[in-house]
Design a protein around this ligand. Structure first.
Ligand SMILES: [Ca+2]
Ligand SMILES: [Ca+2]
Length: 102
């Protein structure tokens, strides 16, 4: 009886806790160190640029700190309307800009 009610509680509690609904607000406030690294791992254009401009110790790796700085710089370039978020359109425009310039 005790165990089954515990199990039931776990089953009821888990879905909401394990799957937070990804809203634009939570994406914008996500820890940027993690998000930063992912941006550059996904896109070689940005990775190249980040290494050229923010690999301060020249070890051809982006440390968390370097990735953070690069992500901040990328956001500054990309967020054309300065609303604090980079939309897919802004992202593409910034990528083109970086590709052409660097
Ligand atoms: Ca480095
Ligand atoms: Ca924006």
């Amino acid at each position: 009886m005790r165990w089954s009610s515990l199990l039931l509680a776990a089953l009821v509690a888990t879905p909401a806790a394990a799957r937070p609904v990804p809203t634009e607000a939570t994406q914008a406030s996500a820890p940027i160190g993690v998000a930063a690294a992912q941006i550059f791992e996904r896109d070689w254009v940005l990775m190249n640029w980040a290494l050229k401009t923010h690999d301060t110790d020249r070890d051809i790796l982006l440390s968390a700190r370097e990735a953070q700085a690069a992500a901040d710089a990328f956001r500054a370039i990309a967020d054309g309307d300065e609303d604090g978020r980079v939309t897919p359109t802004e992202y593409r425009a910034a990528r083109e800009f970086i590709l052409a310039r660097y």
